[in-house]
Design a protein around this ligand. Sequence first.
Ligand code: URA
Length: 196
Amino acid sequence: MPTEFDDKLNEIKQKCLNCQKCSLCHSKTNTVFSAGVPNAKIMLIGEAPGYYEDQQGEPFVGKAGKLLDQILGCVGFSRKENIYICNTLKCRPPENRDPLPEEKEACWEYLKAQVDILQPRIILLCGRVAVNSFIDTKLGITKLRGKWYEGPHFSKMMPIFHPSYLLRNDSKEKGSPKWLMWQDIKEVRRVYDQMN
Ligand code: URA
């Protein structure tokens, strides 16, 4: 039987699927609302759908998404079991350009509703665009990543590198982006395991 929680999420999803608040609704193939487990303790928020996400209607299914799944899998997290995944924008910007301020503003309603309804205990902000939706800072992701910030509904929020950035920086040497990501995801797992 659907819970009140499912009803609220479905209602906002339907609204999002029919959204015409910005021009991306004219160029998209599919709206990409979310993947994973709605009542997960962890929500991961990325930037915006790319080509494959737009085609399939699911976040993080391209090359970056495969790497993300591998990284999460290394510490036993998976979208089938214990993580909810969504993006700052639900529609693909043409040619994967950066989201425009007015697009982020139009789409904020849906992301905010996802956070407010699901109230995850841990929020992972994947890359600069997601970080800037929640943290007012001029600092870059390299300075912010790996640290815990106070998030909405008493959640713990951590900026992490975007997997696309890791694809462009292949080294696994100590201090490299991939190595730092490994430290961060282990820290997330440690904190997750302490939560009841
Ligand atoms: N990059 C993102 O930020 N989100 C996706 O869904 C795919 C690529």
